[in-house]
Design a protein around this ligand. Sequence first.
Ligand code: BGC
Length: 372
Amino acid sequence: MKAVAVFPTRKQVSVIDHPEPRVESSTHVKLRAVAIGICGTDREICAFHYGTPPRGADHLVLGHEMLGEVVEVGSDVRNFRRGDLAVPMVRRPCRHETCPACRAGRQDFCFTGDFTERGIKHRHGYMGEFVVDDEQFMVPVPPALRDVAVLVEPLTIAEKALLQIRDVQKRLPWTCPVQAAAAGIPHQCHTALVLGAGPVGLLGAMALVVAGFRTFVYSREPLPNRKAEIVSMFGATYVSSSAHDVDALASMVGSIDLVYEAVGAASLAFDVIRVLGTNGVFVLTGVPGRKAPISIDGELIMRNLVLRNQAVFGTVNAGRDAFEAAIADLSVFVARWPDAVQALFTNQLAIDDAPAKLLDGRNSIKDVIRYA
Ligand code: BGC
């Protein structure tokens, strides 16, 4: 079958002929690709910033965002049948008996760092026509989401953040939007600020609106622009950093209860952390490239963290709970804002056209390889 691969030593990205994976265990599920998403991580791997082939291989098949249709199942598979839709998860556990996270099936919290990730770290990914993996790493998707469920994986980043925010804010003995939304009760409106208007930022902003936050998206592109239009379609407000610095943003927005960072720029993150509100939470999801050290007002930030009861955490990857939450939220997005969801899809590609788009993602939000 055709697959998109990166050759780190040769510094090459190309479509290769790759052996079609086969069902080899009784718990294996084989998927035929319906759609495969291209994301910032794929583009960074193609720029050779990271990405590691399986041991002994000179190339890595890319891709970790996939929606597939089940074409074959092993004899012990219980939860999937031919024709079902599924999204495969990304991370696989480390082997260490001493890693409680991986032993509990929560490799997204792996302690040892010896986890693997499909299409990213030591395992081939999903950018080919077929994928085989164990049932335990597949999440079922309802047929109604066939056109959009390739967005599930990038949405899981925000969903894992929201699940943790809910836990952190249990410390506040009154109802916060995320708890209220989860319980299905009306809530008071809190303010969330999303940094970045890429797919992780926009999907995160949608999830925050659904969770009941008054949501702002802060991004570089000046107004008017397409991303700002999409933001207004789902009821959030776009603010351009080219027109408003962080202090102007803060006076416009008021007290900020939550910051969801989805850019990977340390200078922006630590500029915005200064204006986080009382009892606020700051969540980091972006991975910065290694640039020169930046200077920050550490005294002010630490003072605020203490005197305002603030919490800061980073989050990576996602467990099954976040995949299930993403599937539930995606149904809500499609019901409320079908045009905004469709507008996230910028280019629909054939696999042969993927290398060019991986190398040049200008003007893209979510580019997707689609199979008929
Ligand atoms: C993926 C995560 C992965 C992370 C780091 C992201 O693009 O969505 O699943 O853990 O990259 O490799």
